[in-house]
Design a protein around this ligand. Structure first.
Ligand code: IMP
Length: 181
């Protein structure tokens, strides 16, 4: 993942709040149709997915239970090592449940790959993944992302839950940071 230079200006809009809202409604609709008549366990991957998760959940009209999984990557964040530390685990058993994992962004795919293996070991009846953003050109592993909001370029993005050095999570849009010249 390429990070912006530290001397950057305020984030510029890449995906507006309106576009996020529209696309999230479409994703919610798709999920609702695919899972009609079933109960789901929706898992929010913290921290980055918390805004996406709360917005999409309110648009999915299905019996749903919510779980929260905290993860942080080890080592140098510029190149994801794929070593993931679980900082908050799920207490509820997932066996025989229909599980959907909600992610903010899939970059190299190493984090999601680890999480899929981790959750599959808990023997859910089904497991699907939903990511608001995906950087297809940065993917280093072949993993299924069943629902994707937006495919974006390799630029580092912030806002709508995503941070840069702990900042910008509260922005209502997805933005990018331009280096100042
Ligand atoms: P991956 O393991 O390389 O797919 O990285 C996934 C994680 O890296 C995400 O859940 C984010 O926390 C972080 N990440 C990757 N790209 C970005 C970005 O552009 N902005 C903010 N965080 C990012």
């Amino acid at each position: 993942m390429s990070k912006p230079a530290s001397n950057h200006s305020d984030p510029k809009v890449l995906i507006s709040a309106e576009k996020l809202d529209e696309r999230i409604a479409e994703l919610a609709n798709e999920i609702q149709n695919d899972y009609a008549g079933r109960e789901i366990v929706a898992i929010c991957v913290l921290k980055g997915s918390f805004i996406f998760f709360s917005d999409i959940l309110r648009k999915i009209d299905l019996p749903t239970s919510c779980e929260f999984l905290g993860v942080s990557s080890y080592g140098d964040k510029k190149v994801s090592s794929g070593e993931v530390k679980v900082t908050l685990d799920i207490n509820e058993p997932l066996e025989n449940k229909h599980v959907i994992l909600f992610e903010d962004i899939v970059d190299s795919g190493l984090t999601l790959s680890y999480l899929i293996a981790n959750l599959r070991a808990r023997r859910p009846a089904s497991l699907r993944t939903c990511s608001l953003l995906m950087k297809p050109d940065s993917m280093r592993v072949d993993i299924p992302v069943d629902y994707v909001g937006f495919k974006i370029g390799p630029e580092f993005v912030v806002g709508y839950g995503l941070d840069y050095a702990g900042k910008f999570r509260g922005l209502p849009f997805i933005g990018f940071l331009e280096a100042e010249h």
